[in-house]
Design a protein around this ligand. Structure first.
Ligand code: SAM
Ligand code: DTB
Ligand code: SF4
Length: 325
């Protein structure tokens, strides 16, 4: 048997770019072979997202409908209480999700807000699902509070390459994002960190994002690749449609440079064809968000997903009964 691809942490942008630019069939074939070393190719993970605090965010992320800087019709909602979150988590559990992700439109929560979310995390973890939250920037103490509550993953995306970042967000720096990831790591949390494609970045800048992620040691255990959802009122609405096979190349390269990480086909699926889903899953993505809503935007929906998975002879991973307390 061939030896397993061992993770490396010293990637250069040129090396990652060279992978993205490999002849398509060679890239896909190697990415699929790499995927099979550590993952079951016939199974994917179903995660469910819940927006636990919506809109009125002071950050100016150009892609985001929840920013207070952009003009859109989104109705802000305050932080949900624990029982409401738990009800949604129970429903996600009953619908077959094995991971529950809670997102809040905050720049950086207060200790009190983190304490409230931590209580919900403990309750959701008792259902046996993997837990993930994304709340913006955290202090080391806040990261520790979440870890102590039993949180599995903290999601905090780098979003794009360092040299394109300033075109997208001006209200916090790349370094701020890396600091939050480090605080989570130091608290013993697993990391969920990825980015967005289709924001007008170059191929080299997509390589730059993957290079940043793949030089974190250890790699983020979870790497969401989001395709920009163009939301009316946001500055990125109206960009040219992203070339679908470029998404496939990005996923394949993510798979190859972070061979042990779960690559997540995240936002943007409702505009993707069945064929594009098939190629992304072949290239090494193995997790999707279930249901017809992400945080605020539309998602593919279960009916369409079931049809896609049936065509691909792929099943949703089920919960390990031993994990349910
Ligand atoms: N406010 C927190 C933060 O930004 O760190 C957490 C929530 S934020 C909505 C989580 C992630 O969603 C962002 O980092 C971004 O990658 C993704 N996202 C937001 N709007 C998006 C869009 N229109 N299309 C694709 N991804 C999007
Ligand atoms: C991530 O990388 N993608 C998810 C999750 N992390 C929190 C969020 C996608 C949000 C899409 C836009 C919306 O629903 O508002
Ligand atoms: Fe706020 Fe997060 Fe949206 Fe940026 S991505 S505007 S931080 S909710």
């Amino acid at each position: 048997m061939e030896p397993m691809t061992e993770p490396r942490y010293d990637w250069s942008v040129d090396e990652v770019l060279a992978i993205i630019e490999r002849p398509f069939h060679d890239l896909l074939s190697d990415a699929n072979a790499c995927h099979r070393e550590r993952f079951n190719p016939h199974e994917i993970e179903g995660a469910k997202l819940l927006s636990i605090k919506t809109g009125a965010c002071p950050e100016d992320c150009a892609y985001c409908p929840q920013s207070v800087h952009h003009n859109n019709d989104l109705k802000p909602e305050p932080l949900m209480d624990r029982d409401e979150i738990l009800r949604a988590a129970q429903q996600a559990h009953d619908e077959g999700a094995t991971r529950f992700c809670m997102g809040a439109a905050w720049r950086s929560p207060t200790d009190r807000q983190v304490g409230i979310v931590a209580e919900s995390v403990t309750a959701v973890a008792e259902l046996g699902m993997e837990t993930c939250v994304t709340l913006g920037m955290l202090t080391p103490t806040q990261a520790q509070t979440l870890a102590d509550a039993g949180l599995d993953f903290y999601n905090h995306n780098l979003d794009t390459s360092p040299d394109f970042y300033g075109e997208i967000i001006t209200t916090r720096t790349y370094e701020d994002r890396l600091d939050t990831l480090q605080a989570c790591r130091d608290a013993g949390l697993s990391l969920c960190a990825g980015g967005i494609v289709g924001m007008g970045e170059s191929r080299r800048q997509r390589a730059g994002l993957l290079q940043q992620l793949a030089t974190l040691n250890p790699h983020p255990e979870s790497v969401p690749i989001n395709l920009l959802i163009q939301v009316p009122g946001t500055p990125l609405d109206g960009l040219p449609e992203f070339e679908p096979l470029e998404l496939v190349r990005t996923i394949a390269a993510a798979r190859l440079v972070m061979p042990g990480s779960v690559v997540r086909l995240s936002a943007g699926r409702s505009s993707m064809s069945e064929e594009l889903h098939a190629l992304c899953l072949h290239a090494g993505a193995s997790s999707i968000f279930l249901g017809d809503r992400l945080l605020t935007a539309d998602n593919n929906g279960d009916e369409s997903d079931q049809a896609i998975l049936a065509q691909l002879d792929t099943a949703l991973k089920t919960l390990d009964p031993a994990a349910t307390k």
